[in-house]
Each structure stands twice: as C-alpha cells, then as structure tokens.
Unconditional design. Structure first.
Length: 209
C-alpha cells in the first residue's frame, strides 16, 4: 500500500472516516452480532485501534489492547470508564490471571498482520484467557477461491504482510481450539474485497493451576 495512505491511517479521525466510507465498520458490527454479547460479559479486544465500535457493545467489562499510542489515547479519552480499560501493550501470557476470564476475545483485522509464529502464540493465549463457554472471533483480509481481480488487488495491497487463504487461518486456529468454523465474507464493504470471518471455541490448551 502506498505510504501516503499508511500515514493517513495513522490519523484517528481520518482512519475512522475511511472505515465508515468503505463500509468496513459494518464488517466489525457483523462480528459483534455473531458473538451475541450480553450485559455483564467480559470482553478482551486485541488490536482494538480507536475502538470506534465501542458504543455498539452492551454493558460489558472491556479491555482493549493496541500498540498505537495515538489510537489508545483517543479510545481512552472517548470511551474510558469504569467498564472500559485501554492499554498500549501487546496482549500476552502476562495478562493471564490478571484480567478476569473473558466471555469473548476479539481479533478484528489482526491475524493477517502477524506471522504464523506470532499468530499461534496469540491464539494460544486467547484460548487460555477464555471463561468456560467463551469464544473468540477473528476477521481478516484473505485470498478466496474465485476472487475477482479487484478483490485480489485489495488483498495483495493490504497493509497486512500475512494475508492467507482461509485454510491457512483455520489451520492455525485448530492448534488451539477444538471448535473452529468460518466463512468468506465478500459483501460487507463497498469495494470488492474478501474477508475470512472465523469463530473459535473449546480451547485445547487448559491453563495449569
């Protein structure tokens, strides 16, 4: 992707405006609808960015993580409260046992930015962070069978350096979860694009006492 666009995405206001102009916000709202979150749930959002979809959540206890200080500062100023905590950190094993068990973990637009090794590590920690019955949802730019030229161009030029085919995302998830399902979403945004939306539950890695 061109450098000027990368710089543009660093501006929180422009980033949110672009997400909404493209319709990418609808993709995230669809992921939230899949989770069917309820008041009182605990949510961990890894790679939350400015968390512009926070108002769509019910009265959950929310922990958002992102490495962008600018995004986290914006989210904290706008949404920080007794039920929302934002951190400029990489979510990892050190947070297990510190945060309450999560009813849901959000990985929205994150795995296609991570190598296989880093994706495995994150998915393992996400599985260990879940409360009984908890679930994880991820959505990422992907390469899909029958993908049109514009959609493939979008995948080729995504900011993420690890855009994969659905089977590759699923294989990584199955190393940490017994229940994995997903689907290609190609009608969510206004520009022809393909995304892999993946649901994960039933962790294989049970934390030791």
């Amino acid at each position: 992707m061109l450098a000027p666009l990368k710089n543009l995405l660093g501006n929180v206001t422009m980033y949110v405006a672009l997400q909404k102009a493209l319709g990418s916000d609808r993709l995230r709202y669809r992921c939230l609808a899949e989770l069917d979150l309820r008041d009182g749930d605990t949510v961990i959002d890894v790679g939350c960015g400015p968390a512009y979809y926070f108002d769509r959540l019910p009265k959950v206890t929310y922990f958002g993580f992102d490495t962008s200080e600018r995004y986290i500062a914006h989210a904290t100023a706008r949404y920080g409260s007794e039920r929302a905590t934002f951190s400029t950190e990489i979510f990892g094993e050190r947070h297990l046992g510190v945060l309450p068990p999560a009813d849901a973990v959000l990985l929205l637009g994150l795995l296609h930015h991570l190598s296989d090794e880093d994706s495995r590590a994150l998915l393992r920690v996400a599985s260990q962070a879940l409360a009984p019955g908890g679930r994880v949802i991820a959505v990422d730019t992907c390469y899909a069978p029958g993908q049109g030229r514009i959609s493939k161009w979008m995948s080729d030029n995504d900011r993420g350096e690890h855009v994969r085919e659905p089977a590759a995302f699923e294989a990584l998830a199955r190393e940490s979860f017994a229940d994995v399902s997903g689907e290609v979403v190609d009608d969510a945004i206004r520009v022809p694009s393909s995304f892999w939306m993946m649901r994960m539950a039933t962790p294989l890695h049970v934390p030791t006492a």
